[in-house]
Design a protein around this ligand. Structure first.
Ligand code: GYE
Length: 329
């Protein structure tokens, strides 16, 4: 498995990328900021998961805009292609570069203790955005993101409202295994559908990608065919990939198979507006401004809220149609 690829190699690779500012699988770029309008330029290393989804693209853009030169930052950006070891190597390299602060959108919840202890010893504050981690809370200053358990619960409540106690065959496309987004959405969703008529035929990861969602859905369709009545995809992209597979199998997404997803990106909302998806729970990716403010507050020694949750909505077809013209991502 690729995961077993040794840290040393990845670390050297990540370091080289940090230094050269070029991009490949694990891409790192450095946006230069030699002067800021006022005060010292704040150098921030941002370890992003990768570029798996539309949500991620919007999140990266929001972070790059917020941590801009004009706002007094120099951003060292790394996207780890969803490889935990590559992400930890990137954080190591940020520490070696003596950045002022580190921001992490963690691929998975585990494996963080050693590198966070290293950051703490180097007196570099760590701020988490998007996904949570399992490490001791004393190892990071703050977290800013969405409530994934609540998102799963909202999706599950829609399922219960729609199907009630009628026996309904469901398949699930899970997000990246070991990510807090996938784990918490599963927990919230399962709690909400408990006692309903939903029968789970299968649940498998599609890694939060369109390609993953398509491939896994093809497998589900081969095995369970027309008996599938409901799909819960833990993000829009996997739902959109599954729609391709469903249409290729000669079935109508949103009609033959009802679909509920999470994120509410423009692409997802467009599919919802034409009835190919039936319901979407929002997950807000535009976190950059709040994260940048938190970084500045932490560096200024101000007390910050440890866990800060964004507010999410949910959409049916009519609500998607109304929201689409002003949708930002
Ligand atoms: O839902 C998915 C992305 O962590 C909330 O990651 C994020 C999730 C988001 O790949 O599209």
């Amino acid at each position: 498995m690729k995961k077993k690829f040794v840290t040393g190699v990845l670390m050297a690779g990540a370091m080289a990328l940090v230094l050269s500012g070029c991009s490949s699988t694990s891409s790192t770029t450095t946006a230069g900021a030699t002067t800021a309008a006022a005060g010292k330029v704040i150098t921030v290393g941002f370890a992003q998961t990768g570029s798996e989804s539309g949500w991620r693209a919007a999140n990266t853009e929001s972070m790059k805009t917020a941590f801009s030169e004009a706002n007094g930052f120099k951003l060292v950006f790394n996207a780890a292609d969803n490889k935990p070891e590559a992400q930890i190597a990137a954080v190591h390299s940020f520490i070696n570069q003596k950045v002022d602060a580190i921001v992490i959108a963690a691929v998975v919840t585990t494996g963080w203790d050693d590198v966070l202890k290293e950051a703490q010893a180097a007196k570099i504050p760590v701020i988490l955005e998007d996904r949570t981690i399992d490490a001791d809370p004393s190892l990071y200053a703050a977290w800013f993101g969405d409530d994934f358990n609540k998102e799963g619960k909202t999706a599950g409540e829609w399922v219960v409202k729609t199907f009630g106690s009628t026996p309904t065959n469901m398949v699930v496309l899970e997000g990246t295994t070991g990510s807090s987004a996938a784990t918490d959405r599963t927990t919230g969703f399962n709690a909400a559908i408990k006692g309903s008529g939903i029968v789970q035929l299968a649940s498998q990861t599609g890694d939060f990608t369109r390609a993953g969602g398509k491939t896994v859905m093809e497998g589900f369709l081969q095995k369970y065919g027309k008996t599938i009545q409901l799909l819960f995809a833990q993000n829009d992209d996997m739902g959109l990939g599954a729609i391709d597979a469903i249409e290729a199998a000669g079935l109508k997404p949103g009609v033959d198979i009802k679909i509920v997803t999470i994120d509410a990106t423009k692409d997802g909302m467009t599919a919802l507006s034409v009835g190919k998806i039936n319901y979407i729970v929002e997950c807000q990716p535009l976190l950059g401004d709040q994260v940048a403010k938190t970084v500045k507050d932490v560096l200024a020694g101000k007390t910050v809220e440890k866990m800060q949750y964004g507010v999410d909505g949910a959409f049916d077809q009519a609500q998607a149609l109304a929201a689409l013209p002003t949708r930002k991502y």
